[in-house]
Design a protein around this ligand. Structure first.
Ligand SMILES: [Mn+2]
Length: 338
């Protein structure tokens, strides 16, 4: 993204001693303990752990904008294993550089505060409140788009999103959930800002998704979603089993597209839809606006490994099992030097 609103109008700790089947009715959390006390017929502890926990392994990858490699780009992210787990991305609005403000300061400070407040009593595991507190604590000048997703231990993924970072949930090879970007106009997304003209946590899109066994989560900054199509996300995640490798492959594909002036990217396609295109005399010659969008690219991938390696299949939703994020990648931004 390029335009800040200021310059234009703006592995879990509890082992449940039950299998999902024994608790199928009623579906209440406390039933997990009360109706499933260990018995002679209960599976051995090692089996129990494998059957009753679902870990979404988290892998991350960040590739900075080619011109911003030295300072690591202007995206920031964090991953936490608190409670079920938290993943978040902030994208510093690059237009601030025109006012001699380093756009990375705001996004990094915002994510640092968000990471600090994850366990705060007032936040109460609500991504929107986490956003509010992190924003209020951030003193740097600048602005950022931001997305926060928190996994409850019953498998509910709670998402708060301001701007054009994004998240997809993939189930059985299909995208079954996708965030929508919020924007003032093309290339000017909603953003949390140091200035009063910006948006607040109240502007966030807030939504919950019930995850299921085998689901894959792909979260990223707009640098990911502007440069690769959903179909490419699906084909890429199907090729890898390791989440860190998946995140790197997605980021690398987006990065390659971002530097390809002939690639008809989601970004160039959207630009044409909005009326931006090559001059008419080029259009007559059959030329159209193409190319990827150079940008920082942050990717966070969460994948349920349980279904791949467990013989026991949990039918349906995960509300009866314990769901957590397990971090296997970096838990903060560590840009790759190209
Ligand atoms: Mn961006």
């Amino acid at each position: 993204m390029a335009v800040p609103t200021i310059i234009r109008p703006p592995t879990c700790s509890i082992s449940l001693s039950c299998t999902p089947n024994c608790c199928s009715v009623p579906k209440k959390r406390n039933c997990l303990v009360s109706c499933c006390t260990p018995s002679e017929s209960a599976p051995a502890p090692s089996e129990v752990r494998r059957r009753s926990e679902v870990s979404f392994c988290i892998g991350t990858h960040l590739i900075p904008h080619p011109n911003k490699v030295d300072k690591g780009g202007e995206d920031a992210f964090f991953v936490s294993s608190y409670n079920g787990g938290v993943i978040a991305v902030a994208d510093g609005v690059s237009g601030w550089a025109e006012q001699n403000v380093d756009p990375s300061l705001f996004s990094r400070e915002l994510m640092a505060h968000a990471s600090d407040f994850v366990g705060d009593e007032e936040v109460n595991y609500d991504p929107q409140i986490l956003m509010r507190k992190a924003h209020a604590a951030t003193s740097s000048r600048g602005s950022a788009t931001v997305i926060v997703a928190m996994l409850e231990r019953n498998g509910t993924l709670k998402i708060a999103n301001v701007g054009d970072c994004g998240l997809r949930v993939i189930r059985k090879g299909q995208i079954i959930f996708s965030t929508s970007a919020q924007e003032h106009y093309f290339d000017c997304p909603y953003q949390l800002s140091s200035e009063v003209v910006g948006q607040t946590y109240l502007d966030a899109t807030v939504i919950s998704v019930q995850l299921m066994e085998g689901d894959i989560i792909v979260m990223g900054s707009d640098g990911l979603f502007d440069n690769i199509f959903n179909s490419e996300i699906l084909s890429t995640v199907s090729k890898y089993s390791d989440v860190a490798e998946t995140a790197k492959a997605l980021a690398s594909l987006a990065h390659n597209h971002s530097m390809d002036s002939s690639f008809d990217s989601p970004y160039s396609s959207e630009a044409r839809t909005r009326g931006y295109d090559v001059p008419w005399w080029k259009k007559i010659a059959g030329i159209k606006l193409t190319g990827g969008k150079l940008d920082d690219i942050t990717v966070i991938v969460g994948q349920d490994y349980t279904s791949k390696f467990s013989e026991y299949k949990i039918a349906g939703d995960l509300s009866m099992v314990l769901c957590t994020f397990r971090i296997v990648g970096e838990n903060y931004q560590k840009p790759e030097r190209l």
